[in-house]
Write a protein that binds this ligand. Sequence first.
Ligand code: NAD
Length: 363
Amino acid sequence: MQPFTYAGLPSKVIFGFGTLDQVADQIVAHGCSRALVLSTPQQIEAARALSQRLGPLSAGVFGEATMHTPVEVTARALDAVRAARADCTVALGGGSTTGLGKAIALRTDLLQIVAPTTYAGSEATPILGETKDGLKTTQRSAKILPEVIIYDVDLTLTLPVGLTVTSGMNAIAHAVEGLYTQDANPIVSLIAEEGIRALGKALPEIAQNPQDREARSDALYGAWACGVVLGSVGMALHHKLCHTLGGTFDLPHAETHTVVLPHAAAYNAAAAPEAMARAARALGVTDTPRGLFDLARSLGAPTSLQALGMREADLDRAADIAVSNPYWNPRPIERGAIRALLDDAFFGRRPAASTPSIEVVHA
Ligand code: NAD
């Protein structure tokens, strides 16, 4: 056993069907009485319905959550918090809505209850990415970690298949990188494998039947596991690349993760053989980069940056930005190899077979 450090994250998780009913109890249990319900404009009806169900425990709805947490939106939300005299927030939505709740908590330390409706995993992390003047910066703080997560599988039944697949691949990306990160540890690696396994099995079932409650339940469970990985250990090349592409070229978050992941895995495969073997075992394939690519492609997800609207002329700049700040990665970051990776991702080429040099077997 390699030496390691491990820090557990203190949050309460309630998982099941119909668990949104427990929001009121959680507000009261934490000594609060005025919850501001947060959502995106697209999910405002669901937020209003929740607010109505909360009755006097609701202090209103703020429905302007936006991807990448722009600080202007946070400023308006803070006005709403003050005007409503809210003493906690309930974020009902995906990573964008969770991000707004986190941005409010960072500034006010208000209690956060999060009811996730995608598989992004943000609810399980003390990480916040915010955008100011078009620049996205990320920070970690104990204040950012939501205190209560209410996973209600029923909320995910409306997630369209396209977003289900890309959001699920976004979650799998946290787990794949968590397996080879510098500060990987045995417990988090077990959680990572379990998250990949649950999502790898559930996503094809949901694509077949989006109302498959058992598969939806497995996928949300997998998303939690992958979120715990993201919150517990550091990430590497894949997350840096997606951050660059999303922030600088305004590419959609989950789709970008879906396209880049097989290529980032291929870049690192030879340098992280045990992680690749564990991810392959979890996916039930022999080659992780190819397995990830094939999973996304078979479920109709985008497989090229070109399809996401990126311009080929921007690939050189993307490579420059990606290598401009040094960071840890199992394989050294080399400009030429990163440019080649981006080329493969741009055109959506299936990764070359990686040589299996290690096989992980259950004890
Ligand atoms: P999102 O929250 O932006 O949701 C995408 C769209 O789908 C929105 O319009 C939303 O209203 C809608 N939607 C969400 N759930 C739905 C449902 N069940 N039914 C119907 N429509 C639904 O997308 P996302 O991928 O969950 O989040 C992306 C954001 O989260 C990015 O800003 C990303 O940086 C952030 N993120 C942060 C972390 C972290 O740890 N800090 C982790 C992952 C993602």
